[in-house]
Design a protein. Structure first.
Length: 742
């Protein structure tokens, strides 16, 4: 009896001890806690990002919901880099001015910080709901499954992932060990049809997460794929230039369309799914889906060069055709057409929406609702319900049309709410495009960038507002170089020309011409005094380093270096030129740094370096260090390379701060720190879209900033305290470097 009493007392004691802990665990945090950066930081350390976000559930205060949204958007970053919490929250809340959120705009002053001045990251409460990061290569297809809880995706290398759509977490990963050429999900979201490089047709059961069938297609390697509306047939186009129809369930070849005839690469289905239409530049052919028999043909009255895609209207009387640069409404009975040069039609509309011509408008519907509308006479867009930039390629759309998935940076997926407005561009739509190069004036006041299209863009680097743009004649602009002083710029164009510009007047000074025997000219760098430029030219299948006087156009050769030189740079005092060269010595390939004296043109030294593909090469302000950034993410620092003493030993050190191509590289605070920026590259094994500040002496990273997608083209301001960049939407962004020692 005594033992029983002791046991009861022990149980009561244990319950009393455990009750406070249980009560503490189940008590909801207050709004004050949920809005406290220090509390959030401590909770992240203790329970992790996924459990932390659940603590925000049920709260309706606007500021609390914005913090929850910011954490959700940064979930994929904070799983791997919890130390980035404060910078992520600051950057995702920078556009919100509520007093309760201002503590998040104050980063700790005891370390170097990268502070987002503008909304570079997806903003809390905005249209982007969350990011799905797990693939390391481009995605071939994906779908939001009918249970609305999962997402499935297939990558180029046959990696299939199932995701939790609420958390963005990977539920399951399967490696099919196939290099996928084409993949598509059937309309019922039960099956994935894939073709790989081994000529195999793979039928994947989404529910069972396994291969249902695998068949060998002996005819050809297929790289284009269309699934019939009923999900029973796969139409494939391959190297044998024929469309082949396969029975998805049986895995058997049914028929070929027009065997022995040219029928074109482009295909679409009739609205009822009973007919399939193929297109060439001179002929549209209509076939019976079940039998493959030709039903009729339509000959357009004009030749349709460069067809990108097309779709049929709901009554099958017209086709909406997208060509290179413009669109066309084609009458499928007469072949007559109406051309539109201003009809902005996103790619996903062709894939998912139902088009029709109604009185004076062309409309595109999804889930019964009009998503887009255009004027039938002019092609001008009248309505866009899906508020998503048209250059973002949608890979999947929910059944109600309210959510879409799009891809950025080789495998990063974003879940997007189509009902919310994205940040608009300060530029007209036709000016928005990729940026190939960007540069800033020595006084830090003017920013110039160039990219797709002939326009050279000028920005006020302080206000980030556009100035008067300059017409760059013809061709895309590949390189932009501001001459010290900021009044002139040199540009390289896709048509091979180099131009010298007066930035103040916005006029072309001259087109730079060289000897006709010169081939491609690349890797241009301007001397510190702005009088000369160094570049690599191709002549008689060899590459040489060339110096040319910007004012007189006089040229001087520094010598033939190899057939594969890639980078050139001036020393800080402008007295030497350095180039990385690829040479062959006794049948052995080597990469070397060659150094010449600018005045005498004498080759001073050669030093071997890494054989990786170089992206950036910079010299420290004191001239003691040479730094090379490579495509694989490695950074090589060479000490004493420019020493006057020929007996000085060159010290080479490698740094591994990144896992993607180095796109920005510079010295900070003299040479105390290094700023590096890395981004995803098709040949990169990992995705690394980040800026890092680190010490070459200790090798430690002192500050980091992780972006949502591919790192934009960036430049460091002359004072070394600001990073400026232009994104795909035409926005100039700024990151400030705080607490940097002098």
């Amino acid at each position: 009896m005594k033992n029983k009493s002791l046991l009861v007392n022990l149980v009561i004691t244990l319950l009393c001890v455990s009750l406070p802990l249980h009560a503490e665990e189940t008590t909801s945090p207050t709004s004050q806690q949920l809005l406290n950066p220090n509390w959030i930081e401590q909770q992240l350390k203790e329970i992790g990002i996924d459990k932390l976000i659940t603590k925000y559930e049920g709260h309706q205060q606007k500021e609390v919901l914005l913090i929850q949204s910011a954490l959700d958007l940064s979930r994929h970053v904070l799983r791997e880099h919890p130390e980035a919490l404060r910078s992520q929250l600051q950057a995702r809340l920078v556009s919100h001015k509520q007093p309760l959120l201002q503590p998040f705009q104050k980063l700790p002053a005891n370390k170097i910080q990268l502070f987002a001045v503008t909304p570079l990251l997806d903003q809390a409460g905005g249209p982007v709901l969350r990011t799905l990061k797990g693939h390391t290569e481009s995605i071939k297809t994906c779908a939001m499954l009918t249970d609305e809880k999962r997402i499935v995706s297939v990558s180029k290398y046959g990696i299939i992932k199932y995701w939790d759509s609420k958390t963005g977490k990977v539920i399951q990963t399967i490696d099919t060990k196939s290099h996928i050429n084409a993949a598509q999900v059937t309309p019922d979201h039960r099956t994935i049809v894939m073709f790989n490089r081994s000529k195999q047709l793979i039928i994947w059961d989404i529910d069972k997460a396994s291969i249902r069938h695998k068949f060998l297609c002996k005819e050809s390697v297929f790289d284009k794929l269309h699934i019939s509306y009923d999900g029973t047939k796969a139409f494939c186009f391959g190297h044998h230039n024929r469309w082949v129809c396969w029975d998805i369930q049986a895995g058997k070849k049914m028929y070929e369309l027009s065997k022995g005839k040219e029928i074109g690469l482009k295909m679409a289905f009739s609205h009822d799914g009973k007919k399939v239409i193929t297109a060439t530049r001179t002929l549209f052919t209509i076939w019976d889906v079940e039998t493959g028999k030709q039903l009729s043909t339509v000959t357009p009255e004009v030749t349709l060069y460069d067809i990108s895609r097309f779709t049929m209207t709901t009554n099958d009387k017209q086709a909406i055709v997208e060509k290179h640069g413009y669109h066309m409404l084609l009458d499928m009975k007469t072949g007559k057409s109406r051309e539109y040069f201003r009809m902005n039609t996103p790619e996903h509309a062709f894939r998912y929406f139902d088009f029709s011509v109604e009185e004076k408008q062309i409309v595109a519907r999804y889930a019964g609702n009009i998503q887009y509308a255009w004027d039938v006479k002019s092609g001008k867009m009248l309505k866009a319900a899906i508020k998503l930039p048209t250059w973002k390629k949608i890979l999947a759309i929910s059944s109600d049309g309210f959510q879409v998935l799009y891809e950025t940076s080789y495998g990063i997926l974003h879940l997007y709410d189509t009902r919310k407005q994205y940040q608009s561009s300060p530029l007209p739509f036709r000016w928005v495009r990729f940026t190939f190069d960007i540069d800033i004036s020595a006084d830090g006041k003017t920013l110039v960038d160039g990219g797709h299209g002939p326009l050279l863009y000028k920005w006020n680097a302080e206000t980030l507002q556009p100035k008067k743009n300059i017409n760059g004649q013809t061709g895309d602009i590949y390189e932009v170089h501001l001459i010290p002083g900021g009044k002139q710029a040199i540009t390289r164009h896709s048509n091979g020309t180099w131009n010298l510009w007066d930035l103040q007047k916005g006029k072309l000074i001259k087109q730079i011409t060289f000897d006709k025997s010169f081939g491609n000219i690349s890797a241009l760098q301007i001397s510190p005094d702005g009088k000369e430029a160094a570049c690599i030219i191709e002549k008689r299948r060899k590459k040489s380093v060339l110096l040319w006087n910007i004012k007189t156009n006089e040229t001087r050769f520094l010598g033939e270096v190899s057939n594969n030189a890639d980078k050139v740079v001036f020393s800080a005092d402008g007295k030497k030129v350095l180039a990385r060269c690829h040479i062959t010595v006794k049948y052995k390939e080597k990469y070397q740094i060659h150094i010449w004296d600018v005045q005498s043109l004498k080759l001073l030294s050669t030093t071997e370096v890494s054989s990786s593909i170089v992206s950036k090469m910079v010299v420290s302000p004191d001239g003691k260090l040479l730094m090379l950034g490579y495509r694989n993410g490695n950074i090589e620092v060479m000490k004493n390379l420019l020493s006057q003493n020929q007996n000085t030993v060159h010290i080479v050190q490698f740094y591994y701060q990144h896992q993607g191509e180095i796109l920005l590289l510079d010295f900070l605070a003299g040479s105390q720190f290094v700023l590096s920026g890395s981004s995803a590259h098709p040949q990169s094994k990992y995705l690394d879209n980040s800026f890092q500040i680190w010490s070459p002496k200790t090798r430690k990273i002192v500050s980091s900033f992780y972006t949502d997608s591919h790192l934009p083209k960036s430049v460091l301001s002359p004072n070394g305290r600001e990073i400026l960049m232009r994104d795909r939407a035409g926005q100039i962004h700024k990151i400030r470097i705080d607490n940097l020692p002098k």
